[in-house]
Design a binder for this molecule. Sequence first.
Ligand code: ATP
Ligand code: MG
Ligand code: MG
Ligand code: MG
Length: 496
Amino acid sequence: MLSSEIRQSFLDHFRSKGHEIVPSASLMPTSPNLLFTNAGMNQFVPYFLEEEKAPFNRAADTQKCIRAGGKHNDLEDVGFDTYHHTFFEMLGNWSFGDYFKEEAIEYAWELLTAVWGFPKERLYATVYQPGPRDPASFDEEASAIWSRIFEKAGLDPKKHVLTGNKKDNFWMMGDTGPCGPCSEVHIDLTPEGDTNGDLVNQDSPWCIEIWNLVFIQFNANPDGSFVDLPARHVDTGMGFERVAGILATTKNFTDFSQPPSNYNSDLFTDLFSHLESQCDARYTYTMPEGDEKLTKEEIKDCVFRVIADHIRTLSFSIADGILPGNEGRNYVLRRILRRAVMFGKRLNLPNGFFANLAPVLIEKMSEAFPELKKQEVVIRKVLESEESAFEKTIDRGLQLFEKQCEDEVISGEEAFTLYDTYGFPLDLTEILARERGIKVDTEGFEREMEKQRAKGRAAQVKETISVKTPSNIDPTHFRGYHADQLQGTEATVTAV
Ligand code: ATP
Ligand code: MG
Ligand code: MG
Ligand code: MG
């Protein structure tokens, strides 16, 4: 099945169950607490809170999501594993005070096994098992429903229904908002499929989570308390690229010789072919396992994946009016773009390769997301100017970095020079350093940043006095950002 057919069959399935098919919301979140739309449910928050009346009781869609910052931040995994993207489509179905756990689970099971042919014996469901001070009790209801389903399929529910703690089985959009216990579906795609669920939630490429069914029941308040919502709702999210990757890798469950990869689906193949046409390297299937140093071949494949992922994130964001820039979500985008450009150097891709990849993506995705075609000129212009600006400094920045590597640590001052003069985001310097096995003094970097900010504040004070000469101010000089301004993305800044 082509990815477009998979997307359509999801929507058709839920239409046949009385769901209204709604468009994806913008990547620009409505909640002030999010950097980007990070889940299908974001646009429905007012319905769950009953601030607005839902115009339908059931809905389904494919939602554009970005998880690069905030509570859900997958940036560091992207490319290095084969199932986390920065941008992805989340297929979802919702009940607004209508059906609850029973139907949610049955609809999901039917789609996976009867429509798409997922082998039942390879599926595992997890249900919420709280710790001592957690907000809800053990999800007995979901556990009983799943047990019945597995039993009916002739499988042992004790093996196929597992429990998970608050981290994996209590879903929250951010620190606040509608939330509740959840039940996840995982698939074991090891050659023999006989791990008995041992690999569930173990970050194994062979056994991945495909679908999360959230039973929305609470609202999390800023003070950390959870209050019951007036009604109970269903909110599900499934990784579209994961499903497409699983079906493509296993050739519809006939070949279990490789771990599944999202990048094996037709969503990515055109992007890889185009990149291959621009350089001598070829994308082959290599998957780093464990923490050992990556081989050259593995790095090359990571690079292909990173670039293919990042062009999607940048193009879709720009189409929704979120541009690369100096602060907050805009700086997240600039960092992602610069990563892609830096990684492109590894494949000896020509200058401008990143902007030139956009039309390939737009061609592939415009049928499902016409905004890409509509904004094609803007997307290309923004990418071209961002990319060429970074190209002007990247080579000299890399030369400087090589010199700095002679010591065992990149000092805060050095990392700051790379950032301030050459436009290297801190996380980029950290990636480069990690590859050489050396460290970056991130605290020292923060101190330099603070000094710069203090200077900026002093300059501002002066400016208020000499208000008549505003043209002397250069507010667009690359001032960078401070972790606080990234609205909760501190993790990204220090995590690599
Ligand atoms: P994981 O544990 O694999 O990081 P998650 O539990 O964080 O996933 P959810 O918040 O439950 O993910 O999102 C619902 C579904 O969206 C997941 O079951 C998964 O299939 C998909 N998904 C989540 N994050 C990503 C991502 N970064 N890239 C692609 N698909 C994703
Ligand atoms: Mg996650
Ligand atoms: Mg998970
Ligand atoms: Mg999940």
